[in-house]
Design a protein. Structure first.
Length: 290
């Protein structure tokens, strides 16, 4: 089968390709928003965000404010100590679904025809997934901040320094933008939704820790132990850790499991996402759907 359809030739103009991609993204967005499961999962996320904000005053003395890091933790749903944001786990079915469903049901060829080619179809899935991840992170932060502001006002507590939370929120948004791209690409590579989900959960939680231990035992490559991709992602999300006292900062850095700076961690995680996306695209475009 050709990798393009008569509606989008290989020598199509950039404007034509851009129009086709826009149509494909609208198609994917309508499909995603038309699923009941999408709204159930986003509703669960919203409820957890509201609870995270409402519980901000707990344990505070009258007139005191929650720390900036505690609010970053609320935004990120304790991403650092859990090793992966809870929001990423909740969005996992939405991130893997667009590729996994069509491959498992044998409808991929129909998608390729509908969206004028495999490249366009896969690019649309990644872009829409990334947009959903970013919107969920930013929307969740708004809910956390709004409910926390109301709870602090009612209980007579002071407000945190919101400006200090912005670097951590930015790192979290970048992580959540990359997460659906990684998830969809891993499904395209392994072509099994269950195996992909297990890999995406177990590798950040456990696999990288084991890999780091093994790398430290091999002379000459020990430095790679602190530069593994999800450790780099946690380093990106820990951007606001410098607001903590030194002893608390050391504990957070131990949870992060990476010696990268925030900027370098962000660059490494984006680079890893780009590499996985390229491999996923190769698999989706070149291999026949089964």
């Amino acid at each position: 089968m050709s990798h393009t359809t008569p509606g989008l030739h290989a020598n199509a103009t950039p404007a034509t390709r851009a129009t086709a991609l826009q149509r494909a993204m609208r198609y994917e967005w309508r499909h995603l928003t038309g699923l009941r499961s999408t709204w159930i999962l986003l509703g669960a996320l919203a409820a957890l965000d509201l609870v995270a904000g409402l519980t901000a005053p707990i344990g505070l003395e009258p007139g005191t404010a929650p720390s900036s890091w505690s609010m970053v933790t609320a935004f990120q749903m304790d991403a650092i100590s859990m090793q992966l944001p809870l929001s990423a786990l909740i969005l996992l079915p939405l991130a893997t679904g667009p590729v996994a469903t069509e491959l498992s049901r044998g409808t991929a060829r129909t998608t390729w025809l509908t969206l004028a080619g495999r490249r366009t179809a896969f690019a649309a899935k990644l872009l829409v997934g990334g947009a959903l991840g970013a919107l969920s992170a930013l929307g969740g932060a708004v809910l956390v901040a709004s409910s926390a502001t109301a709870a602090l006002a009612v209980t007579g507590k002071a407000h945190p320094n919101w400006a200090q939370t912005l670097p951590g929120l930015l790192g979290y948004t970048i992580f959540m933008t990359c997460w659906p791209v990684i998830a969809a690409s891993v499904v395209a590579l392994v072509r099994n939704r269950v195996a992909a989900a297990l890999l995406l959960v177990l590798w950040p939680l456990l696999g990288e820790r084991i890999a780091g231990i093994l790398l430290r035992l091999v002379p000459g490559v020990e430095a790679l132990a602190g530069r593994l991709p999800f450790g780099a992602g946690r380093a990106a999300m820990a951007a606001s850790v410098d607001t903590l006292p030194e002893t608390d900062r050391a504990l957070v850095e131990a949870f992060v499991g990476s010696d990268l700076s925030t900027g370098t961690g962000t660059a490494v995680f984006i680079g890893f996402t780009t590499l996985i996306a390229a491999l996923g695209a190769w698999s989706y475009i070149k291999r026949d759907a089964r």
